[in-house]
Design a protein around this ligand. Structure first.
Ligand code: AMP
Ligand code: MG
Length: 492
């Protein structure tokens, strides 16, 4: 019996200029190194069938499953602020869409499966290191409760890819609620193809925002909805210390999922200016810049929709501007509410943003670890004896003490008891994040020593980020000085 994917493809039914039909390029000897069994079940796929030589061939692009309609999607995009009218899936191929157990349509895409008409000078391939990085960070994000693409499988191809040196090649099976990006809209807008923009917008509304279909001005409502989801998403990133690294418009999903894990990283010490990506020399995509960049990307999205808004261009621009004007408010509301939860506040007061800022400022000035500060604060909230553990994260422990006095005064005005507060705080302040030095270590083990045990272990830990897991306490630790990873690489 063959592996069965219950495909129901809609993107491949769009007009021909939306994509190129192209099959994956077979590889010599694929080997499955990771299968996400719970996700397979959720997608209504049979994990036992996938976990077979035939499954490995499918997940490596060597064999096409029945019902697949493989395509490379066309898109454009602003990369570091510069517009490129044609990017597209240069090393990814969409096999098709399935409906998951929740009734949600999901793309099943192979990343690293060979060249496409959009490959330009690239080889269409991916190296094992970046595939494992994307696997682990996307699954960690999902476990943290942040909208994201998922990873269904990783296979090694048995072939090398040539980067600075030859590296083992790999294919990631990525699952997304769709791979439609701001850059997909830009592709048609840049060609003055208003019918294409409209067709895409209709597809997106039907797929991601079905409630808007009946609204009086569906395209305006679409802009509002995408703005709201991006504002909420970036707020969640900031609240866990995540830095995307390459927030180009082609890496900005219309569904509001985190997409395209390249040189992304979680910060250890709190620093709003933190940048990890080796290609981000100007700090355009620094941690603290992410809300501003999201708005910039959404502005590019709004520009694409203008022809659908009103015949009168000035009126269309004014409408788009007023929608974009709500981003800051929506982002702030989500971010401040998240900070309140991190501090154990159930109610809102005008002075709360100032209180939260006071802590963040002290953390930045004292190189405090972002994740551990909030995690330990959860215990200090129940018992002031926990203060010492928080203090020790600050270069000058007194910096925390001064702030803690204000915090406790504020907590005294809260209706909940300390035990409830502690539990609520522990549910939003993770103990475990994919720390960069740990991600690098599991990549080295897998790539240099063909040892995937550390990768498996890290995945296990990150599956329950809000639980203490004493047996894995070492994964909570920030890097020692010599372990610190200061740069991450795209790995294209
Ligand atoms: P990314 O930086 O992964 O978001 O990719 C930006 C663009 O470069 C997209 O159009 C990719 O499809 C393309 N690209 C990245 N790596 C490769 C590769 N190895 N071969 C072909 N195209 C690539
Ligand atoms: Mg990309």
């Amino acid at each position: 019996m063959t592996v069965h994917f219950p495909f129901q493809n809609t993107y491949a039914a769009l007009p021909d200029n939306f994509f190129a039909r192209v099959a994956p390029t077979p590889v010599t000897s694929p080997r499955l190194v990771k299968l996400n069994r719970p996700l397979a079940l959720h997608l209504r796929l049979d994990p036992d069938r996938l976990d077979s030589p035939e499954g490995a061939e499918i997940l490596a692009g060597k064999r096409l499953p029945e019902g697949a309609d493989p395509i490379a999607m066309a898109y454009a995009g602003h990369q570091f602020g510069h517009f490129v009218p044609q990017l597209g899936d240069g090393r990814a191929i969409l096999l098709g869409e399935v409906i998951d157990a929740d009734g949600v349509r999901r793309d099943i895409q192979l990343k690293g499966s060979g060249p496409t008409p959009f490959s330009r000078r690239g080889d269409g391939r991916a190296a094992l290191g970046p595939v494992l990085r994307e696997y682990i960070v996307s699954e960690a994000m999902a476990a943290l409760g942040i909208p994201t693409t998922r990873s269904l499988a990783a296979v090694v191809t048995g072939e090398n890819v040539i980067r600075e040196t030859p590296l083992p090649g790999a294919v990631l099976t990525r699952v997304a609620s769709s791979h439609i990006r701001v850059g997909t809209f830009q592709y048609f807008a840049a060609r003055s193809d208003v019918a294409g923009v409209r067709r895409l917008a209709d597809h997106v509304i039907a797929r991601h925002y079905p409630d808007l279909a009946g609204s009086e001005r569906p395209y305006h409502a679409l802009l509002d909805a995408v703005i709201a989801r991006q504002a909420a998403l970036v707020a969640q990133w900031l609240l866990v210390g995540f830095i995307h690294g390459v927030m180009n418009t082609d890496n900005t999903s219309i569904s509001g999922e985190t997409i395209d894990y390249g040189p992304c990283a979680f910060m250890d010490q709190y620093d709003p200016a933190a940048v990890f990506s080796s290609i981000d020399e100007m700090g355009r995509y620094a941690y603290g810049n992410q809300p501003r960049i999201a708005l910039w990307n959404l502005t590019r999205f709004a520009e694409c929709l203008l022809p659908l808004f009103a015949d009168d261009q000035e009126k269309a621009i004014a409408e788009a501007q007023s929608a974009l004007g709500r981003f800051a408010e929506e982002f702030d509301a989500a971010y401040q509410a998240g900070l309140r939860r991190k501090l154990g506040l159930f109610t809102a007061r005008d002075e709360d943003p100032e209180l939260a800022n006071g802590l963040l400022k002290a953390m930045a000035e004292n190189a405090a670890d972002f994740t551990l500060t909030f995690r330990r604060l959860s215990d200090a909230a129940a018992d002031a004896a926990g203060d010492a553990e928080v203090q020790s994260l600050f270069a000058d422990p007194a910096a925390f003490d001064a702030w803690a006095v204000r915090w406790r005064q504020r907590l005294a005005a809260e209706p909940h008891d300390a035990v409830a507060r502690q539990a609520a705080m522990r549910a939003v302040n993770p103990a475990f994040i994919p720390r960069n030095h740990q991600v690098e270590a599991i990549i080295r083990a897998a790539v240099d020593r063909n040892d995937f045990a550390p990768f498996e272990e890290l995945l296990t830990v990150l599956a329950n980020p809000y639980q203490d897991q004493p047996a894995f306490a070492r994964y909570m630790a920030p890097p020692a000085q010599h372990e610190r990873v200061l740069q991450t690489f795209c790995g294209t």
